[in-house]
Design a protein around this ligand. Structure first.
Ligand code: CDP
Length: 777
């Protein structure tokens, strides 16, 4: 029976709701200078010359760095998280609109901005390549002359092609569709930024930066700057959201470092919103053709997919190096299938680099979208109810652990239970009746389902890495003499409430109050090594490390308690948060009393050095596989194309919930994400590569007006391999909700003959889909 788990109010909110958080831009160091980046107005052009003399003459300007300056320092190019290289400041060419060309350092940020206009760059325009579908055409403009393979980033396949072809040949029905998961942007409230402070005397670099992975970043900075790793301290203070956007290293961070080295003063760089949308990492941009094969009575036999992945000008996708398309090949979703096969080709285009895991585990979002759209199309083709088709094909509880046709082993699940609960909560049959009545009145209401499985908690270390650094995480737990504890972890919260839930994890293991456990993160000098926070991996990996460390402390405490009781350790049992003598439960010692003894002069048993501290490194044996059943009810106005989300029912299973209130908060956020992605967001470009989504006037964020208060349900299927049975939840709703919204809108438009429409389903796109279907009722 757990004591520390439950809806404990978030500790960190005390500072956040009072405006007392400390974000990078809040930090002001003595003598600090400010940097601004000159960005390319063109998507593709050769740089003939950069003249910074007028900018240097500006009275507030202290330095200007160009690509040539960085080249002299060996810093003009940097490694990307996926092992490609990316220009820090362009030397030869610019390859996307918004690319970094020069860095002005001035005494205040306004002067730095003003001086950008004084830099004269002579560009020789080159033909831009914007449409990824033409990237491999003979004669297409070559973007990366430094690479041997033209515009091809990679070709990658997964699954069994002959078996899949056989499954398709045996099918009664095959349904296929081209669909695009548009380029989207994590758009955290706090944009990216850094303050670099290089101490030339001691050769030390302190870098405050917006980082979801401070330890991995430190390794990369060491490699790039030549500063030894132990002399680099990365501090990632409070983060105003990350959602994958703060996993890569951006040129601005490195410019700040080089500028601090050049000027001998701290240098701050913080991007503005347009810079963020136009140049920091995008997500998705998958152009997919999917097919599903089934029997006439709706048994799914096979799936196949062909994907063209637009990676922009540099391959900066954030995914483990074994998986160039991330976890896309989990695209069989939550269903039994005989076989599956996918082919993914990545291409370069003249667009900003990226491919980050925006609130998802490395491309699972695209995979879930594909299979959930195909499932709905199949239901329509067969004349079956989409809920019934899903129920028929969902994996059964007794099939777990389940190894899918592309090699993933799902740890645990009871899928039918989750779907049944969602259908009951929605009043599904009643909704369908209402829909029929409304249709008869010329009103277009949609009911969209999705059932998703996420795979979160990367490692294991043998399969998953960033730039060769394996994905296992450390945890250090220190118990002070009075029983107050400090847990140091490598993951970096971006608003998910780790200071509360990680304290709960330790408190539960040690019989403490969560208030007695402080959580330290976001500072490489104060925390153990680990790979960072993305892909909902904090709880599955670092959370597990924290639990293992706490259990080590508990075992150590057992030995100390045994000495205090003058009993054998074997005669003690851990009950209700204390070590007790078996058969004499009144003889009990809590961690605080034991900790004091462990720091005191009492004689400790041989092998116990004193203190109660412990460390752990956790290498997860597998991903955890949270899942959920979502139902979205929409009302669509066919005259204007406007979509209103009327209800959203979300049943999530993330195993044991440490803090159900925080879990629900995570789901609320993810559902808003999904509604935004499905209905209103895309980073788009014109034919010469001008980014058309450089502000929140064009890249819309969902508000409470677009998002109904969701109706949440839960089932709990513990992960069999996580120490407390928890699975990740941070990103489930972002993954699961877009197909539910799109399925709902397409369902609403069925009377018009619409079978698919690509996101975002803006009023214009919905209206066009109705016109294109050609059956105006
Ligand atoms: O890596 P990230 O923190 O984004 O994702 P997560 O590990 O899924 O956790 C998100 C938040 O929900 C954290 O505060 C977790 O500790 C909490 N959580 C929970 O209370 N119970 C779970 N089963 C999973 C996460």
């Amino acid at each position: 029976m757990s004591h520390a788990y439950g809806p404990v109010p978030r500790k960190e909110d005390a500072r956040f709701i009072r405006g007392q958080g400390t974000y990078v831009d809040d930090i002001k160091l003595p003598g600090m200078l400010h940097g601004a980046i000159l960005r390319s107005p063109l998507a593709h052009a050769r740089i003939v010359a950069v003249d910074a003399n007028a900018a240097l003459a500006h009275p507030s300007v202290v330095a200007v760095l160009t690509g040539e300056d960085l080249a002299e320092r060996g810093m003009a190019w940097m490694p990307t998280v996926f092992g490609d290289v990316q220009a820090v400041l362009a030397t030869d060419k610019v390859r996307f609109q918004g690319q970094e060309v020069a860095f002005v350092v001035a005494t205040d940020r306004y002067a730095a901005r003003d001086a950008l206009e004084l830099i004269v760059v002579d560009y020789e325009p080159l033909p831009p390549l914007i449409d990824p579908l033409t990237a491999l055409d003979p004669g297409a403009p070559v973007i990366r002359e430094d690479l041997p393979d033209g515009n091809r980033v990679f070709d990658w396949t997964a699954g069994d092609k002959p078996a899949t072809d056989a499954a398709f040949a045996a099918a009664d029905v095959v349904v296929g569709c081209d669909m695009i998961y548009p380029r989207s942007h994590p758009a955290p409230l706090e944009t990216c930024g850094a303050i670099a402070d290089y101490d030339a005397v001691n050769g030390r670099l302190t870098l405050w930066s917006t980082s979801q992975a401070p330890h991995a970043h430190r390794v990369m900075y060491a490699a790039l700057t030549g500063i030894p790793e132990h002399k680099i301290r990365i501090v990632s203070p409070d983060l105003g959201g990350g959602f994958g956007a703060k996993v890569p290293i951006y040129p601005g961070y490195l410019c700040a470092v080089a500028a601090s080295q050049a000027t001998g003063r701290p240098v701050k760089w913080v991007e503005d919103r347009s810079e963020s949308l136009m140049s920091t990492a995008f997500a998705r941009d998958y152009h997919m053709h999917g097919e599903i094969a089934a029997t006439a009575d709706g048994e799914i036999l096979g799936l196949r997919a062909r994907v063209l992945a637009d990676h922009g000008a540099f391959n900066a996708a954030a995914q483990p190096s074994k998986f160039p398309a991330g976890f896309f090949h989990i695209f069989t979703g939550s269903y039994r299938t005989r076989a599956a096969y996918c082919e993914v080709t990545g291409v370069f285009t003249n667009k900003a680099p990226g491919g980050v895991a925006y609130s998802c585990s490395f491309r699972i979002t695209e995979a879930v979208y594909l299979v959930e759209r195909l499932t709905d199309m199949l239901a329509r083709r067969l004349g079956m109810d989409p809920a019934e088709l899903r129920m028929r094909n969902l994996l059964r509880p007794e099939q777990f652990p389940y190894t899918g046709p592309t090699g993933w082993q799902y740890d645990s699940g009871d899928y039918p239970r989750a779907l049944r609960l969602a259908l009951d909560m929605a009043g599904y049959d009643e909704l369908r009746r209402e829909q029929a009545e409304r249709r008869a009145r010329g009103e277009y209401m949609g009911i969209g389902l999705s059932f998703f499985t996420e795979g979160v908690g990367a490692g294991p270390r043998s399969h998953m890495d960033i730039m060769g650094l394996a994905m296992s995480d450390g945890a250090d737990l220190r118990v002070h003499p009075t029983g107050k504890a400090v847990l140091a972890v490598s993951v970096q919260t971006q608003g998910q409430g780790h200071e509360t839930t990680f304290a709960q994890l330790v408190a539960e293991e040690l019989g403490l109050s969560p208030d007695d456990v402080d959580v330290v993160h976001g500072d490489t000098d104060r925390t153990p090594f680990g790979l960072g926070t993305y892909g909902s991996r904090s709880t599955p990996v670092s959370g597990a490390a924290a639990v293992v460390a706490a259990r080590k402390v508990r075992e150590r405490a057992r030995l100390v308690a045994a000495a205090m009781f003058e009993a054998s350790p074997d005669d003690l049992e851990w009950l209700d948060g204390k070590w007790r003598v078996r058969g004499d439960p009144d003889q009990a010692l809590g961690i605080a009393e034991i900790a004091m003894a462990a720091h005191s002069t009492i004689e400790l048993p041989t092998g116990i050095e004193g203190h109660l501290d412990a460390s752990a490194v956790y290498n997860p044996p597998n991903l955890t596989f949270p899942f959920g059943a979502y139902i979205c009810v929409t009302d669509v106005d066919p005259g204007t194309g406007e979509v209103k989300v009327r209800r959203f029912i979300a049943v999530d299973d993330c195993g044991v919930r440490i803090n159900p209130m925080i879990v629900e908060g995570q789901v609320h956020r993810g559902l808003a994400d999904g509604i935004g992605i499905a209905l209103m967001q895309a980073i788009s470009f014109d034919e010469i590569g001008n980014c058309l989504s450089g502000s929140f006037m064009d890249y819309l964020l969902p508000t409470s007006l677009e998002c109904p208060s969701p109706e949440l349900g839960a089932t709990v299927t513990p992960s069999p391999h996580h120490p407390v049975g928890a699975k990740g939840i941070g990103e489930s709703a972002t993954v699961g909700s877009p197909p539910a919204v799109v399925n709902s809108v397409v369902d609403a438009l069925a009377p018009f003959g619409v079978t698919h429409a690509d996101m975002p389903l803006t009023p214009a796109n919905v209206w066009l889909a109705i016109q294109a279907a050609g059956r105006l009722s």
